[in-house]
Design a protein around this ligand. Structure first.
Ligand code: IMP
Ligand code: MG
Length: 178
């Protein structure tokens, strides 16, 4: 793929993300309090920074696991086909599960992951996405918690890539072609 030149405009600062995560962590603690069997499942690779910051805010006994899926290649459009590249290592039957995603866009990815995990009969299944682009939705999916609703712009940073680049930005920026 030949890359068109682009610049990145800041959309959400590192400070705002940190503040939002503190608030979300308190809500999640309320939802899961009293349990010692929470598995926090990060969706690779885009959620790796979000899950790292989120779990450090959570005052709950948790385990961490990961699942890797693909629906994208390097393009900006979802294909609607979600493939599991790497499955969970641990069992989730009878456990409380929190799925952590970077962005809900068309909704295909989260819908497929939730359906996949439901087949393993967790006792509770909750979802959180740092970002949500509701205007792009193609299937009926809403995460239990959302960090920020954003407009239909392609974003990068804080774990999220464009053609594998820019994951290491400490904030969320939008890609603008120049
Ligand atoms: P969905 O299946 O269309 O909801 O797509 C969700 C996945 O698409 C996310 O996990 C991201 O990997 C990717 N994605 C959606 N929007 C963006 C974006 O603005 N920047 C980078 N990746 C995105
Ligand atoms: Mg993703």
């Amino acid at each position: 793929m030949t890359e068109r030149p682009y610049v990145i405009d800041q959309m959400i600062s590192a400070k705002s993300i940190a503040a939002r995560i503190e608030t979300l962590a308190r809500e999640i603690e309320g939802e899961f309090k009293g349990t010692d069997k929470v598995v926090v499942v990060g969706i690779l690779r885009g959620s790796f920074i979000f899950i790292a910051d989120l779990v450090r805010e959570l005052e709950l006994p948790i385990e961490v696991d990961f699942i890797e899926v693909t629906s994208y290649g390097n393009a900006m459009e979802s294909t609607g086909e979600v493939r599991i590249l790497k499955d969970l290592r641990g069992a989730v039957e009878g456990r409380d599960v929190l799925v952590v995603e970077d962005i809900v866009d068309t909704g295909f990815t989260m819908q497929a992951i939730v359906a996949h995990l439901e087949t393993r009969h967790p006792s509770k299944l909750r979802t959180i996405a740092l970002l949500d682009k509701p205007s792009r939705r193609k299937v009926d999916f809403k995460a239990h918690w959302t960090g920020f609703e954003i407009p239909d712009e392609f974003v990068v940073g804080y774990g999220i890539d464009y053609a594998q680049r820019n994951r290491n930005l400490d904030h969320i920026g939008s890609v603008r072609f120049v």
